[in-house]
Design a protein around this ligand. Structure first.
Ligand SMILES: *Cc1c(COP(=O)(O)O)cnc(C)c1O
Length: 462
């Protein structure tokens, strides 16, 4: 007991936690995770919790997967790190081949980094440099293509370039003086349609058409200076699981082709089975020109990310040494062999266990069981894509009036859910469920009971 207290004290004395009001943190009891098994986490006091958010959206097959553990151990006896700058290594090469095999058709090159934010920094630098180096076209000046079209409520990471692409006021507004400007459009959510100021879901064809013609007008106006359109396909994650109308991703692809703009898909959250297919773009048979992947890539084991692109983009970087067309970007740990072997083993498990197939009944089960949440008067909306769920809490379902920011309803709910043995992390007043793909139907039932009871109990006083 004493030991547990001292480790908590040391946390509060030495650590600064991400996305955390530390005053709040230091004044409250905290959970220190010590070990794990399967889909469960165990704290220093021996309490067991279901990992309801896949350790921040990255765990895939559960914790301590024997095959991945063994693959890492095997690699430990060879080499843990060697650079990709001027040298290569076997796991990095093999993983690149494996990623290209499963990626949307047409993506053919893999550029490594170590987190989602850097994967997106690379995407934007790659797109920017691509247009500057396209010299074959004599008529139009592609050097003017320096801007990005982004969406309100987009999230692409926390480094300055990624923050520039993002559009979440709460996270991003303070840094405005540091950011480059983008052309920002209202998001394509099928909820509170920004174009029609309607509270109805934007799912019927005509509403969708209205949105699309608006977006096309913006693209048409700016296309000569547009380098890329940056999109989280199917669903904007960090802004609260805002889903897009069917056909939206395909339409963006079509507009990018029509106006000669690169399509940049941020699949950092949606990749690796999360949406029910390996990548979200597959749902609409779309191949982006650049695709960023990270969270699920190593099954939640080690930091790794990749930016994939086509031969068309890659070729624009080829030239004589003195032409200086090199992509001047790289990270110390790019293509780290330990991370790459865990990613390779992750993909092997996807094949061997037919993970994409086995999650389908779980997605259906989740969809069916989520309906019950509408019994709760403060549930304003439920949004789901695959195994990504957002349950939005509102003060009034009719008007969608939110709870006051200071009430911290989402936070209260997840604290309550811990009493039911489930770890969650909300996005404001959106309660997120993001279980590992390995979750069983029984565990899913257990997982959903926690927020259900927690929402009922916490909101009953309001
Ligand atoms: C998490 C996330 C990122 C940032 O990834 P990090 O590894 O946290 O830097 C970027 N884009 C999306 C869509 C994400 O969900």
């Amino acid at each position: 007991m004493k030991h547990h207290q001292s480790i908590k004290d040391k946390d509060k004395k030495y650590l600064w936690h991400p996305f955390t009001q530390m005053k709040d943190w230091m004044e409250n009891d905290i959970i220190v995770v010590e070990k794990s098994k399967g889909n469960y986490l165990y704290d220093t006091e021996g309490k067991k919790y279901l990992d309801g958010i896949s350790s921040l959206w990255c765990n895939v097959h559960g914790h301590r997967v024997k095959a991945i553990d063994r693959a890492i151990e095997k690699q430990l006896s060879k080499i843990t790190h060697s650079t990709l700058l001027g040298l290569s290594n076997i796991p990095a090469i093999e993983l690149a081949e494996s990623l290209i095999k499963i990626a949307p058709k047409g993506l053919s090159r893999v550029f490594y980094s170590d987190n989602g934010s850097t994967a997106m920094e690379i995407a934007l630098k790659m797109a920017f440099q691509y247009w500057r180096q396209l010299s074959s076209r004599k008529t139009d000046d592609t050097r003017k293509k320096t801007k990005f079209l982004t969406f309100v409520n987009g999230y692409h990471g926390d480094t300055i370039g990624s923050v520039s692409l993002g559009g979440i006021e709460l996270f991003h507004s303070i840094y405005k003086p540091l950011l480059f400007s983008t052309i920002r459009m209202p998001g394509p959510y099928c909820y509170r349609c920004p174009f029609h100021k309607s509270r109805d879901r934007c799912q019927n064809g005509s509403v969708m058409e209205g949105c699309i013609s608006h977006i096309e007008k913006v693209i048409q106006k700016h296309h000569q200076k547009l380098s890329g359109v940056v999109i989280e396909p199917l669903i904007q994650g960090a802004s609260g699981m805002l889903t897009q109308p069917p056909g939206f991703v395909k339409t963006i692809r079509h507009l990018c082709d029509k106006y000669d703009i690169l399509m940049i898909a941020d699949e950092v959250a949606t990749g690796f089975g999360r949406t029910g297919l390996m990548f979200a773009c597959e749902h609409e048979a779309v191949t982006p020109d650049i695709m960023a992947i990270a969270k699920g890539i190593t099954a939640g084991y080690l930091p790794l990310a990749a930016t994939l692109t086509t031969e068309k983009v890659f070729n624009a970087f080829l030239g004589k040494y003195e032409e200086k067309k090199t992509f001047f970007h790289g990270h110390t740990y790019s293509g780290n062999p330990l991370a790459c072997v865990s990613a390779l083993e992750n993909l092997k498990i996807f094949r061997k266990e037919k993970t994409i197939q086995t999650i389908q009944p779980k997605i259906e089960f989740l969809k069916e069981k989520l309906k019950r949440f509408y019994d709760l008067k403060n549930v304003g909306d439920i949004r789901q894509v695959g195994l990504m769920v957002g349950i939005e809490l509102v003060k009034d379902r009719e008007t969608k009036e939110p709870f006051p920011y200071s009430a911290r309803m989402g936070h209260r709910v997840i604290l309550k859910a811990r009493e039911y043995g489930v770890i969650l992390r909300p996005l404001g007043d959106v309660v997120v469920l993001m279980p590992p793909l390995s979750i069983t139907l029984g565990e899913l039932k257990f997982l959903m009971n926690a927020p259900y009871n927690a929402i009922r109990e916490v909101t009953s006083g309001f």
